[in-house]
Design a binder for this molecule. Sequence first.
Ligand code: HEC
Ligand code: HEC
Ligand code: HEC
Length: 107
Amino acid sequence: MKKSVLCAAAFTLLFGFTVAGGAMAEDKGPAEITLNADGKKPAVFPHAKHQSGSLTCDDCHKALDVKQMSNKDYAHKEGCKSCHKEKGASTSCSTCHPRKKRAIEGC
Ligand code: HEC
Ligand code: HEC
Ligand code: HEC
């Protein structure tokens, strides 16, 4: 009796780990993405940071069109800013468009 309960618990644990292992093997894509890198005002998109909080992959990959996120009009609305407003994340320009590094800054 006791033994079979233990076996069931062990099986659950093992199965649980197998599922977690499978999730970790999933392709998470690049950790950092620069959108419109060659443009006048590139935007930084810390992909990994967007995966470590409460967001799910589907919040972007299903609910939104990630291929449009390098489009200014889309990005400044539903692509990036709408969610930032909704979740209380920063909407200041420099959050997404860090100032260009100046070679002689600080001299
Ligand atoms: C906040 C929005 C957002 C979230 C959340 C997010 N992603 Fe992404 N992901 C993007 C964007 C934007 C790109 C770049 C798309 C492009 O320019 O082609 C991308 C690219 C990728 C790529 C590279 C291949 C491709 O489709 O371009 C993979 C793989 C990926 N994401 C997987 C994931 C997984 C897995 C999760 C959840 C753990 C996740 N992403 C969560 C926005 C997001
Ligand atoms: C579905 C919601 C959602 C979308 C879409 C989204 N973000 Fe975010 N973003 C967040 C949240 C929430 C945070 C705050 C994360 C934190 O503080 O841990 C954040 C934080 C950030 C940060 C600051 C990260 C840091 O270092 O603290 C940058 C930069 C950023 N997002 C850029 C973008 C860009 C660019 C896009 C569009 C391509 C985008 N985000 C789309 C939810 C979103
Ligand atoms: C939440 C992230 C985010 C914030 C905040 C944000 N932007 Fe953007 N912006 C983007 C993304 C993503 C793009 C599309 C990719 C690109 O062109 O860099 C973009 C595009 C642009 C472009 C077009 C660049 C080009 O070469 O076509 C300009 C100009 C711009 N933003 C200015 C601003 C200004 C000014 C602010 C502040 C009032 C601002 N952005 C705030 C994410 C953001």
